[in-house]
Design a protein around this ligand. Structure first.
Ligand code: FES
Length: 86
């Protein structure tokens, strides 16, 4: 049987396991998981990825315990733990 062309990666988003293609950004993984909200602003309004290129800072989430990570610039890795605050 031929090897799959794209390797699959499993990460956890808010405690739930999701499998995405290798090379997927964390922001895209959040969207694939149906979670377009990565955080809340100081007024409690939901915020999520907007620019997709590291400019707007709206996609921040906690990744492997590191807060305020730009998920649009962070590639998924095996066993990555992503926590959104929304
Ligand atoms: S989506 Fe704008 S910085 Fe990540």
């Amino acid at each position: 049987m031929p090897e799959p062309r794209v390797k699959a990666i499993t990460l956890r988003i808010n405690g739930r396991a999701f499998t995405v293609p290798a090379g997927t950004s964390v922001a895209a993984a959040l969207a694939l998981a149906g979670d377009f909200i990565s955080r809340s602003d100081l007024a409690g309004r939901p915020r999520g990825p907007s620019c997709g290129m590291g400019v707007c800072f709206e996609c921040r989430a906690t990744v492997d315990g590191v807060p305020e990570v730009l998920t649009c610039l962070t590639p998924c890795r095996e066993d990555l733990e992503v926590v959104t605050d929304a």
